[in-house]
Design a protein around this ligand. Structure first.
Ligand SMILES: NC(=O)c1ccc[n+]([C@@H]2O[C@H](COP(=O)([O-])OP(=O)(O)OC[C@H]3O[C@@H](n4cnc5c(N)ncnc54)[C@H](O)[C@@H]3O)[C@@H](O)[C@H]2O)c1
Length: 383
């Protein structure tokens, strides 16, 4: 299949490109290095150095003998995206090209505007490029479990049937998020639903939880092919921050009470889910929504897991509660459905002690590059 990966330099985009190319798909990646630019501007650089995208594709080609086509360009520019569609004629497009940091989106007006403009334009341009240049192309869009927030009812997979005054209808599940970034993901879903029901696009929207891990069959072959690993308060996920704090010998900082529960998944399961979405595409006129995570943890449970494994490896690990910089429920009900991908054949890789240990070993190899000042929260949006 000809697969276009938008955001192909990213944490998920690059491993996806390698995985699909290694399996024989014809893969083209497009990226404008927005994440690298923002990381430099906010002093949030990744722990391990990453060759640029063209160089990564060369290294991948020399190790695996497979080609990944590279376009350096902005998907928020319709002229650029149209050109890629005209030349590559994708049969499927995986859309990762967004500004994905919640704290970044909450810094100020400039960052808020960039997040809204970038994320909505890339999605809008994709819908139009498909309609005008590749009407058969299937869209796989990365949404986030954060779109749903933490409601006091069970979370369904995308849709809910509502009975009101004796009549029934099916609607998108109510969504209420905790950051502007997550709000742009809701806008994306609503925009795609509009184009699906009005113009018959075929879209799978994957409501993904936070992803962890660096090891994939391709990245294990050469360290220069590793995905980005950020550990700062802007781009670093809670798992990455805890791993780095454990290695650095500073306390793991739990925001608030630590009862914030989210659904997590291994990066290898993201790759599986993308393959499953490609192999089981939505029909034209269908918005298929799948909740993409394999297990849930509270922040405290994650901290305790890293502490336990760290101590087994001889690292002294303390846990410290600090004031929560975010406005979010610190204790809440959380019961999201996630059977759709399992029914399609997802075989989960769980967060075992062995997986935590292997991530700690990766970080230990780059301990000398850790900048402790990057880890503590610099952005606050709690009023
Ligand atoms: N990583 C996670 O844990 C996670 C969880 C849920 C959802 N998601 C979603 O998955 C997607 C990818 O996340 P990620 O962690 O790989 O983020 P990332 O920042 O590492 O990757 C996104 C890539 O898109 C590129 N990009 C952004 N805007 C672009 C534009 N206008 N034109 C071209 N390229 C552009 C960036 O430069 C970056 O390389 C995002 O949409 C994010 O919302 C990620």
């Amino acid at each position: 299949m000809r697969v276009l990966i938008m955001g192909g330099d990213g944490y998920l985009g690059w491993p996806t490109a390698m995985d699909l190319a290694d399996r024989g798909h014809d893969v083209c990646v497009i990226d404008n290095y927005l994440r690298r630019t923002i990381a430099l501007q906010t002093r949030s650089e990744a722990l391990m150095p990453q060759p640029d995208l063209t160089r990564r594709a060369e290294i991948f080609g020399s190790v695996f003998g497979k080609q990944v086509r590279v376009v350096i360009g902005d998907c928020a520019s319709y002229a650029t995206l149209q050109k890629v569609f005209e030349e590559f004629r994708p049969e499927a497009a995986v859309h990762y090209a967004e500004q994905p940091s919640a704290p970044y989106s909450m810094i100020g007006q400039d960052e808020a505007r960039l997040t809204v403009t970038n994320n909505l334009n890339t999605t809008l341009n994709l819908a139009w490029a498909v309609m005008q240049h590749a009407p058969e192309c299937r869209i796989i869009k990365l949404g986030t479990m954060g779109e749903y927030g933490t409601p006091n009812i069970d979370i369904e997979e995308g849709w809910i049937e509502i009975e009101h005054k004796g009549r029934k209808d099916t609607f998108l599940f109510p969504r209420q998020t905790g950051s502007l970034y997550h709000t742009t993901k809701i806008f994306d879903t609503d925009m795609l639903w509009f184009y699906v029901r009005t113009f018959g696009l075929a879209v799978t929207d994957l409501m993904q939880g936070p992803v962890y891990g660096l090891s994939t069959p391709q990245s294990d072959a050469d360290q220069r092919l590793l995905p980005n690993f950020h550990y700062d308060d802007i781009f670093g996920t809670v798992v990455n921050r805890f791993l780095v704090q454990a290695v650095q010998g500073v306390p793991l900082t739990v925001y608030g009470k630590g009862g914030q529960v989210r659904g997590y998944l291994n990066i290898n399961d993201t790759l599986q889910c993308i393959r499953l979405a490609l192999e089981n595409p939505a029909d034209h006129g269908e918005l298929r929504i799948l909740n993409q995570f394999t297990e849930t943890f509270s922040v405290t449970q994650l901290a305790e897991r890293v502490q336990r494994v760290g101590e087994q490896m001889g690292l002294p690990v303390e846990i410290q509660r600090i004031e929560n910089p975010r406005k979010e429920a610190e204790e809440h009900y959380y019961n999201p459905a996630h059977s759709g991908l399992l029914e399609l054949g997802l075989e989960p890789h769980y967060l075992t002690d062995g997986v935590v240990a292997s991530m700690l070993e990766q970080v230990l190899r780059h301990k000398d590059r850790i900048d402790e000042d990057k880890i503590l929260p610099r952005v606050r949006w709690k009023t």
